[in-house]
Design a protein around this ligand. Structure first.
Ligand code: NAI
Length: 333
């Protein structure tokens, strides 16, 4: 079966996912596209021979498609995902699931009313071999009891970044990785702020240090630095009672010369996580073909956005904020 995909939102990652679905993911074809920027939609749609539709609603309801990819701006996610659930369409939505925890809950409620999962959220770290190796090691008990986790999330430049956006759009990847790797919820969050980088946009607190405590007592730090100037650098280390597991973000190659060692630096998230995006969309297409949603769920999307919201509320005070979530519904057990 070839899954006929409609793509909503054709910006940076939307265009990437269109190319990915056409050339690197088996069993899928992009048959319809839409974007509020109609010239963009026309250019990309015509280049891949897909129907160019005017609105997300029209695309979701079209008989030409089997499933939907939502890569529009975050503000447009909730409406598109809810339309997909109403139309009973499997949907892959880029992170974050929606802009607010309440919008995420509306999606969880609609999916529960439908009775089965239709949504996969784009937390692609789960499909990265490095993160998957740490997960396997933790699950096999090779590190003993997890105690601490250190994370670094740096981008080269982010001229439009905001203080809250660093958490809502970037740290949210770590929030999901923490919950997934440790299989624990996050119970409190705190932000600590050093002096801003002179390269940060005016008034933006960049870098930031976020501290999380999980329900199992693991303490986690995340350094987020959106304007590091030198490159894209994502690292993670879990410290257990009998060992540690780590991935560094520099890349595979290390060069050593007399008196020095050097390694490559990724320019952006596309080169660092390209293979993870491929695997992520392949898993989604396979799950659509099998008729059973897998991967990060609406619940995961809700939990991550709920934690991000509480973390943002610590920005003003730098105090610890307790995180309150609803009970996990049985659909997401
Ligand atoms: P972008 O700004 O480059 O593209 C967004 C596109 O959505 C634009 O073409 C815009 O015209 C379109 N759009 C906005 N509202 C729309 C609507 N109502 N209907 C149809 N199209 C609409 O943004 P980018 O960087 O591509 O990000 C898109 C989403 O993907 C965001 O939610 C972002 O957080 C997420 N993202 C995820 C990444 C990951 O690592 N998983 C990496 C980059 C982005």
């Amino acid at each position: 079966m070839t899954v006929r995909v409609g793509v909503i939102g054709l910006g940076l990652i939307g265009a990437d996912h269109v190319a990915r679905l056409r050339s690197r993911v088996a069993g899928a074809d992009v048959v319809a596209v839409c974007d509020i920027d109609s010239s963009r939609a026309k250019a990309i749609g015509e280049s891949v021979g897909a129907l160019v539709l005017s609105t997300a609603t029209e695309l979701v309801r079209s008989d030409a498609i089997d499933a939907v990819v939502v890569t529009s701006a975050t503000t447009a996610h909730a409406e598109a995902v809810l339309a997909c659930i109403t139309a009973k369409r499997p949907v892959f939505v880029e992170k974050p699931l929606a802009q607010t925890a309440q919008e995420c809950l509306d999606i969880v409620s609609a999916e529960m009313a439908h009775g089965e999962r239709l949504v996969q959220v784009g937390f692609m770290r789960r499909f990265d071999p490095g993160y998957a190796a740490i997960k396997a090691s933790l699950d096999a008990g090779e590190l003993g009891v997890p105690l601490l986790m250190h994370n670094i999330h740096r981008n080269r430049t982010a001229p439009t970044a905001t203080s809250a956006g660093l958490i809502r759009e970037s740290v949210i990847h770590e929030i999901d990785a923490i919950r997934w790797l440790l299989a624990q919820e996050i119970q409190s969050a705190q932000v600590a702020l050093p002096r801003p980088s002179p390269h940060a946009p005016q008034g933006v607190r960049d870098p930031q240090l976020a501290l999380f405590r999980t329900t199992g007592g693991v303490l986690v730090d995340v350094e987020c630095f959106a304007n590091s100037q030198y490159g894209y650098d994502v690292r993670c280390e879990v410290v257990g009672s009998t060992g540690t597991a780590a991935i560094d973000g520099h890349g595979d190659a290390i060069w050593t010369r007399v008196g020095s060692a050097s390694r490559s630096v990724h320019r952006d998230w596309r080169s660092r996580f390209g293979p993870a995006y491929d695997r992520e969309l392949q898993a989604w297409v396979d799950s659509v073909a099998a008729g059973e949603a897998t991967g990060p769920s609406s619940w995961d999307g809700y939990a991550a956005t709920r934690v991000a919201e509480s973390t943002v509320s610590s920005l003003a005070t730098e105090r610890i904020v307790a995180i309150e979530m609803i009970e996990r519904p049985a659909l997401y057990a």
